[in-house]
Design a protein around this ligand. Structure first.
Ligand SMILES: [Cu+2]
Length: 147
């Protein structure tokens, strides 16, 4: 009897942790989100994968989080030996396809951190899409080396 109770107690937190993944029956999924924590006032990059499970292209149109005063969509464009970042107002995810925000390409630039970031913690971030959907994801804070 005691052994059974013990197993149930162990299993419950796992079930609770798995629930949010099924709570949003939308078309868009955000996964593998992480934020590169930079020292001082240096903007921090945000990286993640977007998956569009609908049969129409959907754009990411904005990102917001309480942890930063400003969150912008950026794209790194390289041009021979130089690379620059430009601000974009959307990034399109193909129908039934994926789009990766990754170093060297699309990223979110988080600026004006409201308090210092703690490596190993995670920050809730809301992603807004052109179909009106909002998806919240937890973004892991990593150090400048991405670890
Ligand atoms: Cu940038």
């Amino acid at each position: 009897m005691r052994r059974t109770l013990c197993r149930i107690a162990f299993a419950l937190p796992l079930v609770a942790a798995a629930l949010p993944a099924f709570a949003a029956p939308g078309s868009m999924m955000v996964s593998d989100c992480w934020i590169r924590s930079m020292p001082g006032d240096t903007p921090s990059g945000g990286y993640f994968k977007l998956m569009n499970m609908s049969d129409k292209p959907i754009d990411l149109v904005g990102v917001s989080t309480d942890a930063f005063g400003m969150s912008m969509l950026h794209q790194t464009q390289s041009n021979g030996s130089t690379s620059t970042m430009v601000m974009v107002d959307k990034a399109s995810v193909p129908a039934n396809g994926t789009l990766a925000f990754a170093p060297g390409g699309y990223h979110v630039m988080f600026e004006k951190a409201k308090k210092p970031l703690t490596v190993g913690s995670s920050i809730p971030v809301t992603f807004k899409f052109s179909d009106g959907e909002s998806v919240e994801a937890q973004c892991a804070v990593k150090n400048a080396a991405g670890k």
